[in-house]
Design a protein around this ligand. Structure first.
Ligand code: GDP
Ligand code: MG
Length: 163
């Protein structure tokens, strides 16, 4: 398999919203794996004639914060192994949280290409809020609004260069 994008990050940053946007033309093929915990969802998308698969992670089981973090860690590791490129989603309205840091620590161990999706940049007032994410040194930061679609084209333009 090739051309596989994994979307990782802590809960509520907008991973599934972005997943739906990237796969919207191909929704019928979306396949859910592990029906109980909804661990990972696979879909297919296309950009500028390039087909790709997308993995959405994190319909996490509820539990204590520790279980939560362990579950995120497990899912991020699986997604990293399966993917060619990774979109690390973060939320500009909250900034970097402890759970983000936990994901960052796992992402630092991979050599795979990471794109940081700085999500919820819904309007021009929010441009600039993403600057702290450059400091992670993990990859380039893309201002996104998964709900209104802004920024996703630029992100995909650069992702398909990796395929
Ligand atoms: P996930 O847990 O990372 O998969 O996050 P979801 O995609 O389920 O989104 C979590 C919440 O954030 C939902 O209420 C979404 O509507 C909201 N959300 C997602 N993307 C955006 C965005 O670009 N802007 C804003 N304002 N809200 C967003
Ligand atoms: Mg989700």
């Amino acid at each position: 398999m090739s051309n596989i994008i994994a979307i990782v990050g802590r809960p509520n940053v907008g991973k599934s919203t972005l997943f739906n946007r990237l796969t919207e033309s191909r929704k019928a093929i979306v396949k859910e794996v592990s029906g109980v915990t909804r661990d990972r969802i696979y879909g297919r998308g296309e950009w500028c004639g390039v087909d790709f698969s997308v993995i959405d992670t994190g319909g996490y089981v509820q539990g204590s914060d520790d279980i939560f973090e362990d579950e995120i860690a497990k899912q991020v590791k699986i997604a990293i192994e399966e993917a060619n490129v990774i979109i690390f989603m973060v939320d500009v309205m909250t900034g970097i949280t402890d759970l983000d840091d936990a994901v960052v620590n796992i992402l630092r161990k991979t050599k795979k290409k990471i794109f940081i999706g700085a999500n919820k940049v819904d309007n021009t007032d929010r441009i600039g809020l993403s600057s702290e994410f450059w400091g992670l040194g993990l990859g380039d930061v893309y201002d996104l609004s998964a709900v209104n679609g802004s920024g996703t084209g630029e992100l995909l333009d650069d992702i398909i260069k990796e395929f």
